[in-house]
Design a binder for this molecule. Structure first.
Ligand SMILES: Nc1ncnc2c1ncn2[C@@H]1O[C@H](COP(=O)(O)OP(=O)(O)OP(=O)(O)O)[C@@H](O)[C@H]1O
Ligand SMILES: [Mg+2]
Length: 781
């Protein structure tokens, strides 16, 4: 029953053979393999072959085929297979047969003939080009070498593998031998089977062997590594246990401590770097005697590290209403500052990690700069701490000491953070203008790092030895004198300039805050102690003279303690009146050395700015017989001396306008003095004052004592702007002036606080002449 095709192909090299598909195995020539066959069609094919040539074609299946499913799709088989001869056949009782086959030669399928009963294939042999022995030699040598390597390192090959291999020389046999030992996947094996010649075949085997070596080596490495880490952990555990036992024997039982610290450490969420450092120190502590100095240092360190809020933050209270209420509760006025804080909170509401300015409150003492910081913290619901950097000279105060000596500590910032217990507190850098520097380093450089948002994310404290993130904190600096802050430091901050309070403001502050606070602090709340406005104004003007309210607060407290004493001692309630203030506080403390409001020749009221607020100063000029010399006294700085010469030149140039007898310049000496010599004075703003005194002395015309003034002049008499206008106006008011003369160009300075000029006349002037017309009274007045 031969097909037509078979007939046609007969007599050529091709052969028609029954196909036996093989799963999971590729049979190579020379190989002997047992196969189990269940499929009826295949069994038919085998039977047919047994009757004839006993040859079959073994074709590997491309992927796993479920052989219970009967028919095998021919497209699932590779096209190159091995013609094999059937050596033995056993029928299995349950159905199916078992055969033993041996590969003979490779063949390619050119066609598949699917008869009903038998799966036949038309095959054509893959002729092998035999290479000369010497051409194959290099391959053989390489293969042997690699195989040897494997058999030594890899247990999967039998121990005598390489001994047998060593004795073989026939390339074909060697290849067969190795093939039988390699555990190849079907794809890889098939690829080898399809090699176009012997060289490619041997090369393929070499490649497989190399892969095997690599796998073996990797396996070995992994095994070693696992074993190493295992050993290390076990060893450490074992040693630790021993150490515990020894310590217990010695009565040095700090084990519990250590365990607690370790337990705490596992609870904390930390950066790897931080955790590693703590673990390192814990291990170290374990190995040191608990009573040693070193152990104390290490323990302190670990405790500090464990106590730091590496990841703890408090949520912000972003309720604007609430914030406004808190700010008003704590401080009267200060509108500008409060506005800024509300702006800030609004930004936070829109963007949690938004722009956080570093605020710097600048102004004279007692304005509430420091206490505002605490108030902001209360409004936001943040922790707060204060770092006073005034007079700080040692950089380590900020950056911390290295852990090399006993008593070393973290810097003040980290200490504060530890106490605050959160990483987002408000940090008040107090008195930043008074930060110093000496041989121990420059703390302001360290401060720069703290305040720079780029750098403070990884703030490095020498004590900690690992970075700490300060960027979540809000920094608020305070200063009296902006000029004393280094340029780069000032540049990093948003400056909010606060000016002194007027008497009215002070009255309000004391009524709304100071009195209530003082009564509460002395336990006098609800005991009927009253402070009338009159008394308060008297305290403001008679007992304190300051830009802020610190002394005022002190005086009020003092009165409260007097009241407390009267209540305790005599069971009587004190009533404070203007008349009895002297009795409680002693005589008025503000006694002006020369504050008479009498018009005098050569004496002018000047206004000066100091870090402590505005000041009124008398500028004196007097003529005495001499030779036209000028004497300057009273701690004047260079700029002020130049102002004096400029004023004198202006006077000489305009002598005619003021009817000055020319001999006044040649036969007299001029002495200019500015009292309160302990205070150094400098700056150009005294120009107009000096000129007034000089002209008064030269003309003998008295000066209006109810006018105070400030302003720089140039040689042509133009008046130029000056600084500290608000403070100067306040000083004039404190000194009961009727009029204050100010440069016209400073008019904008008080725009945002127009009420500051309530109760005083202000003359905005552009030329010296306007001033002189006003202050120089007629002869003999
Ligand atoms: N506007 C105000 N309302 C209520 N209290 C105020 C006000 N201004 C200041 N105080 C109170 O005055 C006292 C002094 O304030 P604070 O210590 O904050 O001054 P400061 O500006 O920091 O001064 P310094 O520059 O000297 O450090 C505090 O008790 C503060 O509460
Ligand atoms: Mg302060």
């Amino acid at each position: 029953m031969k097909s037509l095709k078979e007939e046609i192909l007969k007599g050529t090299l091709t052969e028609v053979l029954p196909v036996i598909p093989t799963m999971d195995v590729v049979v190579f020539p020379h190989m002997i393999v047992p196969l189990l066959v269940l499929d009826e069609r295949i069994i038919n094919g085998i039977n047919q072959s047994l009757n004839g040539s006993k040859k079959v074609l073994l074709l590997a299946a491309k992927k796993k085929i479920d052989n219970t499913q009967g028919a095998i799709g021919t497209k699932d088989l590779y096209e190159v297979g091995t013609i094999s001869s059937i050596m033995r056949l056993i029928k299995i009782p349950e159905g199916g047969i078992k055969i033993l086959v041996q590969g003979i030669s490779r063949a390619r399928v050119t066609d598949i003939i699917t008869d009903e009963n038998i799966l036949n294939a038309v095959t054509e042999p893959l002729e092998e080009e035999m290479l000369a022995q010497e051409e194959l030699l290099p391959y053989i040598k390489n293969i042997k070498e690699v195989a040897e390597k494997i058999s030594i390192s890899n247990q999967s090959f039998s121990p005598d593998f390489h001994i047998i291999l060593g004795k073989m020389n026939d390339p074909i046999k060697i290849a067969d031998f190795i093939l039988s030992h390699l555990n190849l996947s079907v794809d890889n094996a098939q690829a080898l089977l399809e090699s176009k010649d012997q060289a490619e075949f041997l090369e393929g085997i070499l490649g497989q062997l190399n892969k095997e070596v690599e796998v073996a080596e990797t396996q070995e490495r992994i095994k070693n590594r696992a074993r190493d880490s295992m050993n290390k952990a076990q060893k450490e555990f074992y040693l630790r246990e021993q150490l515990k036992a020894i310590k217990q024997e010695l009565g040095e039982d700090d084990v519990e401590d250590l365990d607690k610290m370790r337990a705490k450490l596992t609870e904390l969420k930390l950066e790897d770097e931080v955790r590693e450092e703590i673990v390192r120190q814990l291990n170290r502590l374990e190995k040191t005697a608990p009573d040693s100095v070193e152990a104390t240092v290490t323990r302190n360190y670990i405790e500090t590290m464990l106590a730091l809020p590496w990841n703890h933050e408090t949520p912000d209270n972003l309720d604007l209403q609430h914030a406004m209420q808190v700010l008003d509760e704590d401080h009267y006025g200060l509108k500008q500052v409060k506005e800024r804080i509300l702006d800030f909170i609004s930004v936070r509401t829109l963007k949690a990690d938004g722009y956080a300015p570093i605020l710097c409150f600048a102004g004279p003492p007692g304005l509430g700069k420091t206490s505002l910081g605490a108030s902001i913290a209360r409004a936001l619901g943040r922790e707060v701490f204060r770092v006073s950097v005034g007079g700080l000279k040692d950089e380590a105060e900020i950056r911390g000491h290295r852990r090399t000596y006993v008593g070393s500590m973290p810097g003040r910032i980290i200490q504060g953070i530890r106490k605050a217990g959160t990483k987002n507190p408000i940090i008040i850098i107090d008195e930043i203008d008074k930060i110093g520097a000496d041989f121990r380093g420059d703390p302001s450089a360290a401060m720069l790092e703290v305040l720079d948002p780029q750098q403070n994310k990884t703030f490095y404290d020498n004590y900690l030895g690992v970075p700490f993130d300060l960027s979540r904190a809000i920094f608020i600096a305070t200063a009296n004198d902006l000029g004393a802050i280094s340029e780069p430091l000032r540049d990093r901050m948003d400056i909010i300039q606060l000016s002194g309070y007027t008497t009215q403001e002070k009255l309000n502050i004391s009524k709304q805050h100071l009195v209530r606070r003082a009564l509460a602090e002395t336990g006098l709340e609800g005991k009927g102690i009253l402070f009338s406005d009159e008394v308060l104004v008297n305290l403001i003007d008679g007992y304190t003279r300051e830009a802020g309210v610190r002394n005022l607060e002190r005086v009020i407290r003092k009165l409260c303690s007097k009241a407390a004493r009267a209540l305790v001692e005599k069971k009587e309630s004190l009533v404070f009146m203007v008349e009895n203030l002297e009795k409680h506080l002693g005589p008025m403390q503000i006694i002006d050395y020369d504050n008479s409001l009498e018009n005098q020749i050569g004496i002018t009221n000047g206004l000066a700015w100091t870090p402590f607020g505005g000041e009124m100063l008398k500028v004196e000029a007097i003529l005495m017989p001499g030779k036209g010399k000028t004497i300057l006294t009273g701690q004047l700085g260079d700029v002020m001396k130049e102002s004096a010469s400029a004023a004198l030149s202006y006077a000489k140039a305009h002598a005619k306008d003021f009817d000055i007898d020319p001999t006044r310049f040649t036969e007299y000496d001029m002495h200019i003095h500015i009292p309160a010599g302990a205070v150094p004075k400098d700056g150009p703003s005294g120009g107009i004052t000096l000129l007034s005194s000089i002209l008064s002395a030269l003309t003998n015309r008295p000066i209006n004592a109810k006018i105070a003034m400030t302003g720089e002049i140039n040689l042509r008499g133009r008046i130029m702007p000056i600084g500290g206008v608000k403070e100067k106006i306040l000083a004039a008011k404190r000194n009961h002036m009727e009029t204050v003369i100010l440069p016209y160009q400073n008019k904008n300075d008080i725009m945002d606080q127009a009420d500051i000029i309530e109760g005083i006349n202000v003359m905005w002037v552009e030329h010296a002449k306007e001033v002189l017309d006003q202050v120089l009274l007629p002869l003999g007045a």
